[in-house]
Design a protein around this ligand. Structure first.
Ligand SMILES: C[S@@+](CC[C@H](N)C(=O)[O-])C[C@H]1O[C@@H](n2cnc3c(N)ncnc32)[C@H](O)[C@@H]1O
Length: 142
């Protein structure tokens, strides 16, 4: 199955199951930012089934990758399966666990951070993201 067809299947299933994946209008805005800024290393907080990470991965350079954090076991299983089916295991790396615990263990630099998880923790997620964000780069919160 082609990438776009597979993405549509993932999206339709997620919508049927009321999983709050990124919507088309937001995705279009982020795709524009990705095209303009060409981030190599992206951090995502809130993987769900991997839909947004898979969409972003199209814009990565050869050496680029996405680290994404998810705590829900069912989401993790689906995300791993979707990423594997598309052969993106070397582009999208999943950290399983609560981002509150995972983020302090990371000491990397990112060119973009996409925060899309439990809203009550956003101040902490933002603080941790800013610690790892390269100068002049973007963070996006949904
Ligand atoms: C809005 S969905 C993510 C959608 C995904 N970014 C997409 O657009 O395809 C939010 C996800 O974040 C996860 N999540 C919420 N709070 C979290 C936390 N503190 N640590 C890790 N994952 C969290 C939820 O389990 C859920 O799967």
């Amino acid at each position: 199955m082609m990438m776009q067809d597979r993405l549509n299947v993932i999206k339709e299933k997620a919508l049927r199951e009321h999983i709050p994946i990124i919507m088309e209008d937001t995705l279009e805005v982020i795709k524009r930012i990705l095209k303009e800024n060409k981030p190599q290393k992206i951090l995502e907080i809130g993987t769900a089934v991997g839909y947004s990470a898979i969409c972003f991965s199209e814009f990565l350079s050869q050496e680029g990758y996405i680290d994404t954090i998810e705590r829900n076991e069912d989401m993790l299983t689906q995300a791993r399966q979707n990423i594997k089916e598309l052969g993106l295991e070397n582009k999208i790396n999943i950290y399983s666990g609560d981002a509150v615990d995972v983020l302090p263990t990371l000491n990397k630099k990112y060119d973009m951070v996409f925060i899309d998880a439990a809203k009550s923790k956003y101040p902490f997620f933002l603080q941790e993201s800013l610690r790892m964000l390269n100068k002049g780069r973007n963070y996006l919160c949904r």
